[in-house]
Design a protein around this ligand. Structure first.
Ligand code: 6PG
Length: 242
């Protein structure tokens, strides 16, 4: 039972999106007839990846019919709301490729329905928890990931796989995967390019080394029980002056 942690440093955000896109293409190519269950995140960094995936050459090269998409979190708004993760991903990618995508109806508050959906669609289990092939995450400048924000109750959830999480800082609540579901995945990729992420990336790496507090830096708690963890950075966020 091991986590394999790697940091990949691209030249910049565009180079990072290209590298991640090519890894996704390779995953699909190696999947043969298997379905790849992938959870997507919102945010401007993931959006840049989705836009690149929706353009040649990747839009033609990737076997989209092999993917079944979920969402790792969602705002409590309808899909046509400007803050909807589904709306963003649909506009950037899903409207342009084949592939099943399961919208997270966060506006309904029915987290148990989405949990049931993941249980029904993903048959492989680890400790009774569905094993996704990949959970794609961003990193907020406060160290949040998905909608696991510092100091919020969802961080302490060890049974439920999907919950509604009150986020006082944003005066809202969101639907989010919890650590048990994220960390059962075969792969967890965290995208964090850009100079604005340099400080939080450095602080989270220190917290990780010190087996640090995921209460304060939730992205540190996203570590697969037995799988691959990659932090995808660029020179700016890695603090690499080259
Ligand atoms: C959301 C995302 C969130 C996002 C990070 C990074 O619903 O906002 O799921 O976790 O991935 O905040 O976003 P940026 O790449 O825009 O910094």
């Amino acid at each position: 039972m091991a986590e394999r942690f790697a940091i990949r440093v691209a030249a910049d955000a565009a180079d990072l999106a290209r590298a991640v896109g090519e890894e996704l293409q390779a995953l699909a190519a190696a999947a043969d007839e298997m379905t790849l269950f992938v959870a997507l995140s919102g945010g401007s960094t993931p959006k840049g990846l989705y836009q690149l995936l929706a353009r040649p050459p990747l839009v033609e090269a990737v076997r989209w019919d092999r993917f079944e998409f979920f969402f790792s979190d969602e705002r409590a708004v309808p899909p046509d709301h400007p803050e909807s993760n589904y709306g963003m991903v649909h506009g950037a990618l899903l409207s342009k490729v084949k592939g099943v995508a399961h919208r997270m109806r966060a506006e309904s508050g029915a987290a148990e329905d989405y949990e049931r959906l993941v249980m029904e669609r993903v048959s492989e289990r680890r400790g009774g928890v569905p094993v996704l092939d990949l959970v794609l995450l961003g990193m907020g400048d406060d160290g949040h990931t998905a909608s696991l924000f510092p100091g919020t109750s969802a961080l302490r959830e060890r049974k439920r796989l999907v919950v509604m999480n009150e986020v006082p800082r944003l005066k809202t609540r969101r639907m989010t995967f919890t650590y048990p579901l994220i960390n059962a995945a075969r792969r967890v990729w965290v995208l964090a390019p850009g100079v604005a992420k340099r400080d939080i990336v450095a602080r989270c790496l220190v917290a990780r080394e010190q087996n640090g507090c995921q209460e304060q830096f939730p992205v540190v708690g996203a570590r697969p029980t037995d799988g691959e963890l990659i932090w995808w950075l660029d020179r700016a966020s890695a603090g690499d002056g080259r």
